[in-house]
Design a protein around this ligand. Structure first.
Ligand code: NAD
Ligand code: IPM
Ligand code: MN
Length: 367
């Protein structure tokens, strides 16, 4: 049988820097765990625009549809701010999500013990935190029509449309309930049913799907209150399900509960393919971090944890995913820190590649 295939799209800014560390981990699994992958690499975002004039070439899109999993670094950067909206780096990422129909974006926020002291919140608020945000990823205001900037009288108007069909809400809700069943059987759905019709429908459909999961304790919260509760008492949550835009914002917020945006991985999952694996792309939650790009300062853990999610959700290697997560936990417990994880007490940060090397050492020690 051939090896499972992975398409790596490092992208822009710190994307290639953090992805280089993921490559070390992938190679380690081939060499030490007899778990070899057929890895190919291609361009996305600004890097693809520079070569092809578009942020995602059609051939790259076709490759992404064929592989068992895509790993993406990050896209975007100030150099591309002037581009026409249709060819901005972010459009490449959105095209991948939409055309692969990756409707369920799993964004787990876990606070490693070693970092509990480091969060901007009090240690007791975040210690032991383990929540999962399920963000709907292929619809909502990101894709709704009409959209655009139009002339209206003597001025312009910018329009985006929040739009959700029942089936779109239903499949995201089902993904969240299934996860809740495997976790602590608690699901909180967030929308703004107090001001948005799409929120009313969201609440209705989630409630209806919930009837199929009587063991799961379902609650509903307005998303603004949800943001506040995430900061006030995040451990009240187990799984959160929410729409595309609220999920984007709430997951960046949840990132800081873990100590740094450089810690948060994600899995974007779609329907099962013919081989039974879900269509999948794995990507850190953070962006291309232009302020630190090219300096060896980026934290590669979010991207490496995204590969751990690939091991778990695409390759049925839950034990190996746990091995990798445990290795990362050990490295952090040993006090190894990239610059984003330095507290006010200071210390000497390691570089992106030193962090990768330490994780490989911890993987070696796990054998
Ligand atoms: P960002 O996530 O790139 O950076 C926000 C802050 O977090 C910066 O201070 C950055 O230095 C820090 N940071 C992020 N990742 C880090 C890491 N791994 N290690 C250490 N520090 C890290 O968000 P932004 O500055 O708002 O956006 C920059 C560009 O990235 C924009 O073009 C944006 O559209 C794009 N973006 C892309 C993605 C993606 O590709 N998935 C996600 C978010 C933003
Ligand atoms: C994310 C990013 C993307 C989003 C952008 C870069 C398109 O912020 O993955 O969180 O808004 O979804
Ligand atoms: Mn975001």
């Amino acid at each position: 049988m051939s090896n499972p295939s992975i398409l790596i799209l490092p992208g822009d800014g710190i994307g290639p820097e953090v992805m280089a560390e993921v490559r070390k981990v992938i190679d380690w699994y081939g060499a030490k765990r007899d778990l070899a992958f057929d890895v190919s690499e291609d361009l996305v975002g600004g890097a693809a625009y520079d070569k092809h004039g578009v942020p995602l070439a059609d051939e790259t899109m076709a490759k992404a549809q064929e592989v068992d999993a895509v790993l993406l670094g990050a896209v975007g950067g100030p150099k591309y701010d002037v581009l026409d909206f249709s060819v901005k780096p972010e459009r490449g990422l959105l095209r991948l999500r939409k055309e692969m129909d990756l409707f369920a974006n799993l964004r787990p926020a876990q606070c490693f013990d070693a970092l509990a002291d480091f969060s901007s919140l009090k240690k007791e608020v975040v210690a032991g935190l383990d929540i999962m945000i399920v963000r709907e990823l292929t619809s909502g205001v990101y894709f709704g029509e009409p959209r655009g900037i139009f002339e209206e009288g003597n001025e312009r108007v910018g329009i985006n449309t929040q739009r959700y069909t029942e089936s779109e809400i239903e499949r995201a809700a089902r993904a969240a309930f299934e996860l809740a069943m495997k976790r602590n059987k608690k699901l909180c759905s967030m929308e703004k049913a107090n001001v948005m019709e799409s929120g009313i429908l969201w609440r209705e459909v989630v409630t209806r799907v919930g009837e199929e999961y009587p063991e799961v304790e379902l609650s509903h919260m307005y998303a603004d209150n949800g943001a506040m509760q995430l900061v006030r008492a995040p451990k009240q949550f187990d799984v959160i399900v929410t729409d595309n835009l609220f999920g984007d914002i709430l997951s960046d917020c949840a990132a800081m509960l873990t100590g740094s945006l450089g810690m948060l991985p994600s899995a974007s999952l779609g329907a099962p393919m013919a081989n039974g694996r879900p269509k999948a792309m794995y990507e850190p939650v953070h962006g291309s971090a232009p302020d630190i790009a090219g300096q060896g300062k980026a934290n590669p853990i979010a991207c490496i944890l995204s590969f751990a999610m690939a091991l778990r959700y695409s390759f049925d290697q839950g034990d190996e995913a746990t091995r990798l997560e445990t290795a990362i936990e050990k490295v952090l417990a040993d006090g190894v820190r990239t610059a984003d994880l330095m507290g006010p007490e200071g210390g000497t940060p390691v570089s992106t590649s030193e962090m990768g090397d330490k994780i490989i050492e911890a993987l070696d020690a796990s054998l």
